[in-house]
Design a binder for this molecule. Structure first.
Ligand code: G6P
Length: 615
């Protein structure tokens, strides 16, 4: 969590850093700060609240030609969100200034040592400990900043992406990375630093992504020196050409990123299967699967590890893999899996699903699975992310940047990739006939236009949202492939509207949640024609007899549910395993409209962050 930005070059740093922070706000937004240096004076300003609060505060103050700047947007770990705990932090002498994304686990013992040596601390943060540790090393050993950073980081346990500069060295920023992402943009005589490439995309397409345990010394008008933090090895960095463009990270006329991303799903799903789904040739091509087919075919089972919405996509895939490819699947919360001494063997295939590719628990689960000899396959959205690099092989979703904290297009594109994988494996194992296989491919190809159609329910979903926006609880029910969709629908509502919502398998309702149902309780029931339709209709009857308010998500033209439900929202018909790609659409829209009507911050819901790089 937390976003970091830095600039050193010939331009004013302030506009670049402040805009960069706004683009990185998805990573955390409970406080923000900036430090600008013109070679004589450091202007440091920080505040609790959003980057817009910082900007407002600075609007009349910034009169600097500071061409070196660093900035930070925070998701608090150590110390409550307040002005003092916000970054950047000074060292005791006032010479060093640091920003940090991550967590220093042994900060307490380091702090005690530093206190013994006379250091004092203004904040409760682990970051202030780190900057003073660097200062202490630098002074004691009489070494340069870069070397001091290296020595200090060798004493640190935890995760970090840091940028630090020294008042006595106005032409240098030192950065380092372990566990948290750090990209360096390379322009003409200028360098950019950021947690992802979005802050510098309009300035350069060339970037270096530091690997774990690497640091770089960045010198104005000169070069970048990358080296290992442990040992003395110099690294020849790989300069990557970025595929991202500015349009992708702007709202493009929508009120919120979340709404834009919901509407991008037809294209995002298409982009995800483009070149991989070849219905004319009756083929699915996924290089990561193809190259490792033996491992997949020999697998005793698949273990899916993920968090949040990605975990829900994993649950959908359990139904799909088992149904099509007849491979047993277990779906695990990465945070539980990593700590419970799981039984993993070399015959397991582990699939790690992550939009950001940076989720700390998922990353740790991958490392654990690899250490036990399992083959680990990644399904990530962010190209070059830590999880993409850590896994043995993988398949990207091609959703494009997802900026709204509540995940939408990442979910549907993850399901798309996982479906392609299941189909490919089913074909290889012979668990699906060639005509069924072809039928599935043709159906999957029609999904983007069907999602487009499902999005047309928007106006009606708004009416429904208006009726139920003041409810204090919601229940979401679904069965089979759509049980995880019910979980995801409930999660979306909780995340952005702060209304309590629970997702449940429809038939389990009578073992508990039915006690909650009264005339105040809206119950969203996914009741598409395929699957256990009649059973779900019976569940709807049970809700009706207890006077619950029923919002049915049904297949176009449905009559039975319409007679029972208070409202029905139609989605186009498709084969059962693909229904989650459609039923999820009205649920995303419902939560979006309720949150807007309640005047909540849709793109940056309280307490959440998009990229959870702490466990
Ligand atoms: C956070 C985000 C969720 C996301 C989860 C997992 O909680 O707010 O939207 O589903 O992390 O993230 P990942 O990037 O691993 O999919």
């Amino acid at each position: 969590m937390c976003g970091i930005v830095g600039y050193i070059g010939h331009r004013e740093a302030y506009p670049i850093v402040i805009k960069g922070l706004q683009r990185l706000e998805y990573r955390g937004y409970d406080s923000a700060g900036i430090a600008l240096y013109d070679g004589n004076n450091i202007k440091l300003s920080k505040t609790k609240g959003k980057v817009s609060d910082l900007k407002e505060r600075l609007e009349n103050e910034i009169a600097t030609d500071g061409t070196l700047g660093i900035g930070h947007t925070r998701w608090a770990t150590h110390g409550v969100p307040n002005d003092v705990n916000s970054h950047p932090h000074y060292s005791n002498s006032g010479d060093l200034v640091i920003i940090h994304n991550g967590i220093i686990e042994n900060y307490d013992s380091l702090k005690k040592e530093l206190i013994k040596r006379g250091y004092t601390f203004k904040s409760d943060t682990d970051t202030e400990v780190l900057v003073n540790l660097i200062e202490d090393v630098k002074k004691n050993e009489n070494i340069k900043l870069g070397k001091a950073v290296q020595v200090a980081l060798n004493q640190v346990i935890g995760a970090y992406a840091i940028a630090v500069f020294d008042k006595n060295k106005p032409n240098e920023i030192v950065v380092a990375k372990l566990g948290s992402p750090l990209a360096i943009g390379i322009g003409e005589d200028e360098f950019f630093i950021a947690s992802d490439a979005s802050p510098f995309i309009e300035f350069t397409k060339n970037a270096i992504y530091l690997e774990d345990e690497e640091m770089a010394i960045i010198r104005r008008n000169k070069d970048i020196k990358v080296r290992k933090i442990k040992g003395d090895a110099i690294v020849d960095p790989y300069i990557q050409e970025l595929q991202l463009n500015l349009e992708q990270i702007e709202k493009g006329g929508y009120d919120h990123f979340m709404l834009k991303e919901i509407h991008e799903q037809p294209d995002a799903i298409f982009d995800t299967f483009r070149g991989r789904l070849l219905s004319n040739e009756a083929m699915v091509k996924l290089a990561g699967v193809e190259d490792n087919m033996k491992k997949f075919l020999a697998a005793d089972r698949i273990i899916v590890v993920a968090c949040g919405t990605s975990w829900h996509a994993g649950l959908v895939s359990e139904y799909i893999f088992e149904d099509l490819a007849r491979i047993p699947v277990e779906v695990e919360y990465a945070s539980e899996f990593r700590y419970r001494n799981p039984v993993i063997t070399e015959k397991d295939v582990v699939i790690a699903i992550s939009q950001s590719g940076e989720t700390a628990d998922t990353l740790a689960a991958i490392k654990l699975a690899k250490s036990k000899g399992a083959f680990v396959f990644g399904v990530c959205n962010v190209v070059g992310s830590s999880i993409a690099r850590e896994t043995d092989a993988g398949a990207y979703t091609h959703a494009g940047p997802e900026i709204g904290v509540a995940s939408t297009k990442a979910f549907t594109t993850q399901i798309t990739v996982l479906t392609l994988m299941a189909l490919r494996l089913a074909r290889a194992k012979g668990t699906i006939s060639s005509s069924e296989f072809r039928h599935h491919l043709i159906e999957l190809e029609t999904i983007p236009s069907k999602v487009e159609k499902a999005l047309k329910s928007d106006a009606y979903v708004q009416t429904v949202a208006d009726i139920y926006k003041d409810a204090t609880n919601f229940l979401y029910l679904g069965r089979g492939f759509n049980f995880p969709v019910a979980l995801e629908g409930a999660l979306k509502l909780k995340e952005i509207s702060y209304i309590h919502a629970e997702g449940y398998p429809a038939a389990e309702m009578k073992h508990g949640p039915i006690a909650l149902i009264d005339e105040q309780m809206p119950v969203v029931v996914i009741a598409t024609k395929k699957g256990h339709y009649e059973k779900v209709v019976s569940n709807i009857q049970e809700i009706k007899s207890r006077k619950g308010k029923i919002i049915g998500i049904v297949t176009e033209g449905d009559k039975s549910v319409k007679e029972l439900a208070d409202h029905v929202i139609e989605v186009p018909e498709t084969i059962e395993c693909l229904t989650p790609l459609l039923t999820t659409i009205p649920l995303q829209l419902l939560s979006y409209h309720i949150a807007v009507m309640l005047d909540k911050n849709v793109d940056q819901p309280r307490n959440l962050a998009k990229s959870v790089t702490v466990e």
